[in-house]
Structures are given as structure tokens and as C-alpha cells.
Write a protein that binds this ligand. Sequence first.
Ligand code: AQP
Length: 353
Amino acid sequence: MAAFNELVFSGVQPTGNLHLGNYLGAIKRFVEMQARDAQCLYCVVDLHAITLWQDPAELKGQIREVTAAFLAAGIDPARSIVFNQSQVPQHAELAWIFNCVARLGWLNRMTQFKDKAGKDRENASVGLYAYPVLMAADILAYRATHVPVGEDQKQHLELTRDIAGKFNNDFSGSIAAHGHGEDFFPITEPLIGGPAARVMSLRDGTKKMSKSDPSDNSRINLTDDADAIAQKVRKAKTDPEPLPSEAAGLSGRPEADNLVGIFAALKDATRDEVLSDYGGAQFSVFKGALVELAVEKLAPLGAEMKRLIADPAHIDAVLADGAARAEAIAAPTLDAVKDIVGFVRKGPSLRSV
Ligand code: AQP
């Protein structure tokens, strides 16, 4: 593997209904990371998906759909490593070791578990509860230095940093005895930002745009055609005031803030730049411009996704190649972790870490 300054890891769950929030908050930024001096790994996190029940007849298709979105958006599978999590056993293996490092009190504070488990917490899967520990393993199996994600993942990344720190501290003697530097695991840098770090529902500006929202009108799906995009933007909730002339005027106006943020992210601009063009405009005018921009950017993406999905053998070959390259990085990390923890294992490390 060529030596890079940074190692970038991120993932998307194959849980269906991939939407504009996943694209602007994550996938579009994954593409941008390829311009850095970084080895990028982009993972379809199928082990995470089954923390909530997935229909086995649909899961394979959902895994291929996320892969297709990665490729259609511009992730180059020769430059970046594109794979699905369940093909690389080191994720689950490291997650178990981290289950023994993370503390119950830390997991009890995770708000996403509370949101997803809802009132019937006793009936949630153990996997849903342990989800952030698996996420830490996803990242640290590659000793990733940077993780681009949407704002909703901030708390999970803080937990990843806590787990790395506690492992480095708990095993400091053994880490040194095995000839590794003080910080065996890096304290990963979350990359959260831009105008669309948190895209909100088109029906309610106080709720995150999400795959599981029962209303399809709440989100723009990446496979929506031009008519569907236009209809959803035109129906999007707004308030009666015209747009302000600066971003500060969006405060207390969640729906206006969301639509301007989406426009800015699609245009690679800031909210202030958008408002310098549309300040004082009525929503009818602004929505017309947003439809035009969204269709221009998203329709080719959706069409390319459909073309790729029609060739599952190609997608499966990309995933198999990515999994082999990912495992070549993760396996020596796991060998080193087993030595540090004190396990007896077969054979010497494949490579030195
Ligand atoms: N609304 C959003 N705005 C910005 N970024 C978002 N992401 C998700 N929703 C938004 C980011 O997309 C990446 C992949 O997300 P995920 O598939 O792993 O899971 P999620 O956050 O649980 O996605 P959803 O769509 O919200 O699904 P449900 O409905 O199941 O909760 C992540 O980087 C995430 O931050």
C-alpha cells in the first residue's frame, strides 16, 4: 500500500431509501476526500443494518444500491477501497474486544439508541445497543485518522475516541512491550461540517431527514426522478415570510434554514452566498430555483445508480476486491491487538504494524 498522510474511513447502512441527507452529509464529502493525501475506505455497513430487522430477500439489493450510490457519486474504486463490512471479519472480532473496553455507562448515554429503541427498549436487539462499539471497531481496525460523517454521528465518534484512549491506557505496558508507540490507536478526528451536516425533513424542519420516516415526501431519495424531486420540493413545508438577506436571519426559521442549506450544499456555496442572490425572494421563486438545481445535480446520479444496479456482477466484483484490500490492512492490526491483549494466536503477524 502506498504511504498516505491520512487514513479516512466512513460507512453507510444498507437500510433502503438512501436520501439527500446521506448524500450531502456523507457521500458527497467522501468523494471530496479523495483529493487529499489519504487512503480512503468506504464501507457498506451491513452488520450495522441488521441491528434492526432487515428482510433477507431485500438486503443484498440494498447493499448493492449503496455501493452503486458510492460509485455513481464519484468514488473511484481503484483509488478508494469500497467494500461491505461482513466480508471483513476483523470488524466483528475487534468489536468484541472493544465490548470489553467500553463501559456500560458510556453506552447508556447514547441518544441514537434511545431514539431508535423508542419506548419498547426491553425489546431492542443487543446489537442496536452495542452499535457504537462496532462503529469504533470499523474505524480503528484501520487505525483511521479522519472520519467524515453527518452531525448525527458526533456522539458515536466521541465514543470511538474514548475507546481508543482507554485501550491505549489500559494496555500501555503491553503496547510498549510489543514495540508499538504510546498511542497504538489514533484519537480519530471527526470531519463534520459544511452547510448540510444535518439535512432536515421536508415536512418538519425540526426532524432529521431519515430513511425510516414513514412519509416519502419527507425526503428526496437518490433514485427519485425529476418529477418526484420537483413535487417534493414544491410541497416542502415553509413559513410565510420572504427569505432574509443573510444567514443570521434564518434563526428560528427551521424550514427556511433547511432549504437554503440544501441549496448551498448542492451549489458548493455558503448560506450567505445563496441569500445574497435570493434575499427578499418569496418561496415560490426560491423553490423553482431549488428544483432546477436539485434535478441538475441528482437526476444524473440517480440514472447512473440505476445503470450500475442493473449489473450486480460488476458491483459484487468491486466489493470483493475492496474486501481483500481492506482485510490486508485490518488483519495485521488485529494480530497486533491480540498480542497486546495477551492471546495465543496462530503464526506470526502477516505484516508488522
Ligand atoms: N439528515 C441527514 N443529514 C446529514 N447527514 C446525514 N446522514 C444521515 N442522515 C443525515 C449521514 O449519512 C451517513 C450514513 O448514515 P447511516 O446510513 O449510517 O445511518 P443513519 O444516520 O441512521 O441514517 P438515516 O437516514 O437517518 O436512517 P434512519 O432512518 O435509520 O435513522 C452518516 O454519516 C450520517 O451521519
